[in-house]
Design a protein around this ligand. Sequence first.
Ligand code: NAD
Length: 365
Amino acid sequence: MNVLEEMQSYGHERVAFHHDAKTGLTAIIAIHSPVLGNALGGTRRWAYATENDALFDVLRLSEGMTYKAAASGLPMGGAKSVIIMPNAGHQPTEAEARAMGRFVDTFAGKYIAAEDVGVSPQFCDWMALETKHVMGGNTVSHGGDPSPYTALGCFNSMKACLAHTGRKVDFSNLTVAIQGCGATGYKLAKLLRQSGAAVLVTDVHVPTMKRAVEELGCVALGNDKNLLEEKVDILAPCALGGVLDAKTIAGLRCQIVCGTANNQLRNPNEDGDALAKRGILYSPDFVANAGGLIRLAGLYLGMTEGEIDHKISEIETTTAAVLKQASGGSTGAAAIAFAKAKIAAGAAKKQMAGAGCGTGCGCKA
Ligand code: NAD
């Protein structure tokens, strides 16, 4: 993979690679767009098969963050980071997190780290021992675990999907299939069960799946293939990205796809159209899963609890607006157009507010 070519094609401003000789940490930070402001995006710890896989992941995730922040109406850009674990079972340590914190600090606040898959509030607090540009910890940094807010935002997005398909916004007679019942999937399952829905689950980590069955009364399905091809009202991908491709889309028997996972479409240009052609309503991932970002970015920006809660509730109206704008075509493409319009409007507003004549001379003309 040619990094500069990829950056140009995705539209990234900066991609930085880091190796810390003392701890062995290898990591990448990608800033996609700083147009609307500093960028908050989680740090993912993952044992990637190749360096290219890590790069691909961080490029796509950071691009998604730009759209997520913009579509949510946050004055923030998009960025993300990945830590390349040496092997799958590699345990996080304070030394590793502090090394990552020092790397984050080199961006002087242009990038603000937080949780993603494999990173806990404790890890965020360890990073925060080295930099103030971290959210999502409980002691040194603040904000805590964003997953309850991500799950709630996804639940709100589901309501808009039901209304868009002309159905009653009532979960009591619905069946929802959740792929992955970790931090977000479990909490989404809980909200759905409390609202009367039947919930089917899979998880590659069997104890996690058992917990959803025992504590929430979910029904476990054997594997992902069974789950994806089960006849359900809503499919909620809540594990990793890339679950929707030509093959899986052909086998789906759901009416709506709405989950917390990032980058659910393997090939955004084709898979959004394929879903629309099959008459399956897809709630774009970065719209549906914005609750956690809204929570942490809201706290970072000094919003009140009430303002943050209101913004998370607005995921329902944002989803409705994007679905309407798609007018039967790819909802993924409509969401990107929706976000890009917000970025253009925000950039124009910023220029009007203070850029002067545009030559950089500092005048207000
Ligand atoms: P998590 O690691 O807590 O949970 C993911 C679960 O998926 C795990 O239990 C894992 O065992 C399971 N899993 C992995 N591959 C699977 C597969 N093929 N089939 C079934 N289960 C599988 O992560 P999370 O925080 O719940 O995040 C899940 C997704 O949501 C990720 O894509 C993440 O980027 C996205 N997301 C999370 C947040 C958040 O607030 N945590 C916010 C926005 C987006």
